[in-house]
Design a protein around this ligand. Structure first.
Ligand code: BGC
Length: 926
């Protein structure tokens, strides 16, 4: 029942995020009298999510567009589908199966081989149907960016030629974009298609209900109400970040705050093909401005939205933009300040909507001191104008209190801050210069203010006070839970080694938490267990639960689709369902939402993120975090911050002005922390202005903790590198002391069972000894961990023993007739082919440690692979490691209770890459 509700929400959200770009002559929605031919393999191999951690859910089921179209709909329409054409595609796919790149980490190609469409096939299809659909499929994910190439950002030759043939035979062609990200759209009006592309719709990746949801939209079960959360420009070259994207060592963020529509509207509106906020509906709407006023610094705008269509219900998104005076700092001519979506309006129905926001949210950050208020958010003196509409480009100016603008008489300081995370490398950034007759600005450049901070001094001045070590005085975790005042005396009991164990997570696939998930952290050692500290578990994320042992879970739509709904309420409802699913799997936090800014359309992980706009991003992330919390779990907002490129994602340095950070790249996070009450955050792999973010003192300590008052947990990304908090310089995964100094609380992840033994040999012990890290700093991180654990569902459950062993029963009590049976003490080599197996004999009931000797075929340190060891066909032990650099490892991969009898042992390489050489057991007890 619960699952059905979740699936229904997924379907609702997936259809609501579809963005209708073009719909001439009402070719959509299909009607009962329409006959439709569907082309493109993605109608069957319909993408449900991207690749990498964001898409690795073992999904309960999936749906494709063809089946969705064929399914009888009780509302909406049932066009007649050309089944013969569907058969042609089904047969062709049998001959040309989906290529998953072998199933390894980040191996799946981002586009599949496509069937060529002959003129004959197109003409035959046109003889039995009046309308055609062409489905274009693309995926994307971790470790690779999109490329300005066919099969990635561009249509392939085969797709283009197929479309030419289809447009030659049909006058009404609908292109369905089953893609993870915006793609090049310059082809839409190309003359080679004879003007026959009537409709274009982005259905994105809709999770496990994506196929059904897309069919719902095409057949009019629902009217599309999605709006673009990115600007689609005529060419990739038009984006201001393209010139500085894809660098191997660094990217200079020369466009500064002029990201997406902020750039296009200010400087080159003619380069916009489809504006930010744009999307059509089957219904039509009138947005009537009623009134607007400024009440003590809160702007309220009242609008009437009317569905003017006769036949269609639908929803509209009302968007309010502002234009701040150029002042000394320079401003974009449009920036979104509020938005709201209507309810479902029946034909002729109206809804009154009031948009409200504080004037202070329009403030700009003065990082140069140009206004005389260095490092402050200021509302510069001048006229603030407002534009109301349904996209960034066509929004029309409205009056406020019957005046043209809100006039700020003299510059107002909204918030006084200190310089933090500023760049130390000089570069020039964009700035509007003279105003042109058409209202746009000439593009100029200015020097970026550089860091003037003595970080070493700042760190010293802000050092926390040490809690004197007491040793064990009998205070347990539960005591602190009942009485938080006891946190300091509780922490006082822990020695440096125990504190250090608290700041190391273990994973992936730890057997101390739900099998197959990304990490375990908290009470990972016997000593910490004895204090009653539980072990929390976290899993990817963001679109569903990733359990690498193969356990199934629900898969939601990708982040970009969800943002395109512009419906925060719906997104919260969806994530309440997700929160419940997490809770029922005993998982404490989802590693999501992903909320980096879409700086450039080529970023490979854009699909996990929301938008080029920080308000939409922050609002969506807050909705997700709210939902997860109300469902009984939590969300880990990621990746903090500037994770805007996948190429060389572990080393590429983002060189960004402090203003762009504060107004664009950190803004969404700030909202998710302050308004969404996010209590967990993940830093990135990348350095930001020379400091790897997990050890970026200003980013994590000064801005997140001190300025935003964040009291939750901060974790690194998996196997992240760190460098010196003060000097920057070379990076290492062992510089955990710098991480602690920056108050990034937990290192994710060291090898399983390696936290207390400091398996990676990190530098916490040596830095403490040398006085380069204080015990007090370690205590602060440990307190953050304990505080977080107290909020986690795990703290409400019975404390789980560290060495919990599952009982594996066997029905095979008499000797099976097989070639060879191994004794329990023998090493044996099970085949890496899951269809083959070996047998072992267990002489007596007992608990056994399971060891494996294995290597990874890949030398990529962060590539992930997972192997399950199956006992009589059921997975009991799953293990994963990051790449081994092709070294051979022997590891205790799990513990299991076995009965006297015989067991068939096989391996299941769930995510290929691990090659097991042998397996053996050691009895540990009864
Ligand atoms: C990704 C994170 C993810 C983590 C754990 C990393 O490769 O960047 O987003 O949560 O792996 O799977």
């Amino acid at each position: 029942m619960e699952n059905n509700k979740f699936a229904e929400k997924i379907r609702e959200a997936a259809s609501e995020g579809a963005v209708l770009i073009k719909n001439e002559n009402n070719v959509l929605p299909f009607t009962d009298s329409d006959t439709v031919s569907i082309f493109g393999r993605a109608q069957i191999d319909y993408y449900k999510s991207g690749t990498g951690s964001g898409g690795s859910v073992h999904v309960l089921y999936s749906t494709n567009l063809l089946d969705g179209m064929l399914r009888k709909k009780s509302s909406g329409h049932n066009p007649l589908i050309n089944k013969e054409l569907a058969r042609v595609y089904t047969d062709w796919i049998k001959q040309n199966p989906f290529d998953n790149g072998g199933g390894g980490w980040a191996a799946e190609p981002w586009c599949q081989k496509e069937m060529e469409v002959s003129s004959e096939l197109a003409t035959n299809s046109a003889s039995v149907s009046t309308k055609a659909v062409y489905v274009v499929g693309r995926t994307a994910g971790e470790e690779q960016d999109n490329k300005m190439e066919e099969g990635s950002f561009l249509l392939t030759k085969t797709e283009r030629e197929a479309l030419i043939k289809i447009c030659g035979a049909f006058e009404k062609v609908v292109v369905v974009l089953n893609v993870s990200n915006i793609i090049d759209m310059s082809w839409v009006e190309s003359p080679e298609f004879n003007g026959h592309i009537s409709s274009v719709i982005y259905t994105w990746h809709g999770g496990m209900e994506g196929g059904n949801a897309a069919a719902d939209v095409l057949c009019g079960v629902t009217s599309p109400s999605g709006k673009l959360t990115d600007t689609i420009a005529h060419s990739i070259e038009d984006y201001p970040s393209t010139a500085n994207f894809g660098g191997a060592e660094k990217n200079i963020y020369a466009e500064d705050i002029y990201v997406g529509y902020r750039y296009f509207e200010t400087f080159v509106p003619e380069k916009i093909q489809y504006p930010f906020g744009y999307g059509l509906s089957y219904a039509s709407f009138e947005v009537d401005f009623i009134k607007a006023n400024d009440k003590k610094g809160i702007i309220n705008v009242t609008v009437d939205v009317k569905n003017t269509s006769k036949d269609f219900s639908g929803k509209e998104v009302v968007q309010l933009y502002f234009e701040a005076p150029q002042g000394k700092l320079g401003k974009p001519t449009r920036a979104l300040c509020a938005f709201a979506k209507t309810k479902l309006l029946a034909p002729k129905e109206k809804e009154k909507i009031t948009l409200s926001f504080p004037l202070s949210s329009m403030a700009s950050y003065d990082d140069s001191g140009a206004t005389g208020n260095k490092n402050c958010f200021v509302l510069e003196a001048g006229e603030y104008r407002f534009y109301l509409g349904t996209d960034s480009h066509s929004a029309k100016q409205i009056l406020i209190d019957e005046k043209n603008s809100v006039n700020v008489i003299s510059t107002l300081v909204v918030e006084k801050l200190e310089q933090a995370a500023a760049p130390s490398e000089a570069f020039k950034r964009m700035k509007p210069m003279s105003k042109k007759a058409d209202g746009t600005y000439a593009l100029g450049y200015e020097n970026v203010p550089l860091s003037e901070i003595d970080l070493s001094k700042r760190i010293k001045e802000n050092l926390p006070k040490e809690i004197s070590y007491t040793g064990d005085v009998g205070i347990k975790f539960k005591d602190v839970q009942k009485k938080p005042a006891k946190l300091d005396p509780f922490i006082a009991q822990l020695n440096a080694e125990e504190l250090a164990t608290l700041v190391r997570g273990e994973g992936m696939c730890s057997d101390k938490v739900t099998p197959g998930i990304a990490a375990a952290f908290g009470g990972l050692s016997e000593a910490l267990y004895n204090y009653g500290i539980p072990v929390a578990g976290v899993s990817d994320g963001p679109s569903g639960i990733r359990m690498d042992n193969g356990k199934e879970a629900s898969l939601m739509p990708i982040g970009t689709l969800l943002a395109c709904t512009w419906n925060t309420e719906l997104v919260s409802e969806l994530y309440i369902c997700e929160g419940k699913e997490l809770a029922s799997n005993q998982i404490d936090s989802l590693l999501g939402p992903g909320m980096n800014i879409h700086r450039n359309p080529l970023n490979g992980r854009n699909f996990e993120y929301y938008s080029e706009d920080p308000l939409v991003t922050g609002a969506m992330a807050s909705a997700v975090v709210y939902g997860l919390r109300h469902g009984g779990a939590s969300g880990t907002i990621k990746h903090f911050a500037t994770n805007n490129q996948e190429t060389k994602r572990h080393i590429v340095n983002a060189i960004v002005s402090e203003r762009a950070l504060r107004e664009i790249y950190l803004r969404g996070f700030e909202r998710a922390v302050k308004q969404g009450k996010a209590n967990s955050i993940m830093t990135t792999y990348t350095p930001l202005n020379g400091h790897w973010t997990g050890s970026n003192y200003d980013l994590v300590n000064t801005i997140l903790h001190k300025e935003w008052d964040f009291t939750g947990l901060v974790m690194t990304d998996w196997w992240a590198e760190l460098n010196d908090c003060v000097e920057g310089g070379a990076q290492s995964i062992k510089n955990t002391a710098s991480m602690v100094r920056a108050r990034n609380d937990v290192y994710m992840v060291v090898d399983n069972n390696g936290a207390s033994s400091n398996v990676y040999g990190d530098n916490i012990p040596s830095m403490l000894k040398e006085g380069k890290l204080t015990l007090a700093e370690l205590q602060v991180c440990a307190k953050d961990v304990i505080n977080f654990l107290m909020q986690c569902p795990v703290s409400k459950r019975k404390l789980r023993p560290l060495k919990q062993v599952e009982l594996c029963k066997t029905n095979v009590k008499s000797e099976p007739k097989v070639e060879k049976i191994y004794s329990v003490s023998e090493r044996f080599s099970p085949s890496n082919d899951s269809k083959k197996s070996e047998w072992i004999k267990i002489e007596s009931d007992g608990a056994y440690n399971v060891f494996a000797t294995y290597t990874k075929s890949t030398d990529k340190l962060v590539s992930q692979s997972v192997c399950n060891i199956l006992f009589n066909g059921s997975p009991y032990v799953s293990f994963d490691s990051r790449g081994t650099n092709c070294n051979i490892l022997t590891t205790n991969v799990g513990r299991i209770k076995l009965e006297q009898g015989y067991y068939e042992i096989s391996l299941n390489n769930i995510k290929p890459g691990i090659e097991v050489q042998n397996v053996f057991f050691q009895k540990t007890g009864n």
